[in-house]
Design a protein around this ligand. Structure first.
Ligand code: NDP
Ligand code: OXD
Length: 309
């Protein structure tokens, strides 16, 4: 049997620990960092590779994306026969649940204001908010969104969920499809975005849609920066319809210095860190799926290239 060849082409990722992990888990495979002109490989492990990579590797059988979102990958021309596999959870769902719950709770419990009071030496109380007035709407009820919605329900927030196809999740009021988007938004005060970035979802968080949130709305974007129209968010924060936003993802990353988000008093920023790729868990998932594909078995987490996620 010929030796399995794996090529690694991941932008902004130190290759050595990934290669070491792949070598340990697949000792009989050849694993190497891709260089222009490299020999043809069977499988690729990628994150934001250049088009040249696929132009030079048209024979690939499978591509493993070391993230959950495949928007950057699907902008490229891929070999037509190739199977695209993304990370499913791989330790990201619990991270996303803790990040979103902390953002919702920090806002709901006024923790930012308490921290400012304490810094100023004031022992003050803010009136408690009504949980029943804080319906949280989760856009996208996939691997991450479903986990987030259920974690929020655990804290007894009313939770709405919106997906392309109908979903039944305990403790979550389900909405689906374009026809139910307005009702979903009007039923929500806090909006959490966990959609994939596709032609249908680009710019989905625009002025018209965000205006449908209940007054005093709050936006948590943890999916992709291009879901959100930055100026529309700023206008709704400045006219008071929205009370604030927590943003982890941006149209350009790192967020350019001078962007108004940096210093906006109602915006909390983090540098695309809400759910990090965990190397060991990811390698274990990739290798298990690669072996299943080699045996001719089906695997979960296949990307539907036409659908965009
Ligand atoms: P999934 O593919 O598992 O879930 C996507 C969900 O979005 C599904 O419920 C799907 O509906 C829904 N959806 C897709 N298109 C539409 C549409 N047009 N209208 C309504 N609903 C739609 O993705 P994951 O949960 O694994 O990941 C979601 C995103 O999170 C990733 O694409 C990535 O961009 C982002 N992400 C961000 C990270 C960060 O650190 N900030 C880390 C990891 C991921 P249906 O169920 O009907 O198919
Ligand atoms: C991902 C991400 O898609 O890190 O996994 O954003």
């Amino acid at each position: 049997m010929s030796v399995l060849n794996i090529t690694f082409c991941c932008t902004n990722t130190a290759p050595e620990p990934w290669l070491a992990g792949l070598h340990t888990t697949l000792p009989h495979a050849e694993v190497a960092v891709w260089q222009p002109g490299a020999a043809p490989a069977d499988y690729a492990v990628v994150w934001q590779p250049p088009q040249q990579f696929f132009d030079e590797q048209p024979q690939l059988k499978g591509i493993f994306n070391i993230g959950a979102g495949v928007d950057a990958l699907l902008k490229l021309r891929l070999p037509p026969q190739v199977v695209v596999v993304r990370l499913e959870d791989a330790g990201m769902a619990v991270q996303m649940a803790e990040y979103v719950c902390q953002a919702v709770i920090r806002h709901f419990r006024d923790l930012e204001a308490y921290a400012a009071d304490i810094r100023a030496g004031h022992w003050t109380y803010h009136a408690p908010r009504q949980r029943s007035d804080f319906a949280v709407g989760v856009m996208g009820l996939g691997v991450l969104g479903a986990r987030v919605a259920q974690a929020l329900a655990h804290f007894e927030f009313p939770v709405n969920g919106w997906s392309r196809t109908p979903k039944a999740l305990a403790g979550v009021r389900g909405f689906s499809g374009a026809a139910q988007l307005d009702d979903f938004l009007a039923s929500s005060r806090v909006l959490v975005n966990l959609l994939p970035l596709t032609p249908d979802t680009t710019n989905i968080l625009n002025r018209e849609r965000l205006s449908r949130l209940q007054p005093g709305g709050y936006v948590i974007n943890v999916a992709r920066g291009a879901h959100l129209v930055d100026d529309d968010l700023l206008a709704l924060l400045d006219n008071g319809h929205l009370a604030g936003a927590t943003l982890d993802v941006f149209r350009t990353e790192p967020l350019p210095s001078g962007h108004p988000f940096w210093r906006h008093p109602k915006i909390t920023l983090t540098p695309h860190t809400s759910a990090r790729t965990l190397r060991e868990t990811s390698i274990a998932q990739i290798v298990a799926k690669l072996m299943a594909l080699q045996r001719g078995e089906s695997v979960a987490g296949l990307v539907d290239v036409g659908r965009g996620y």
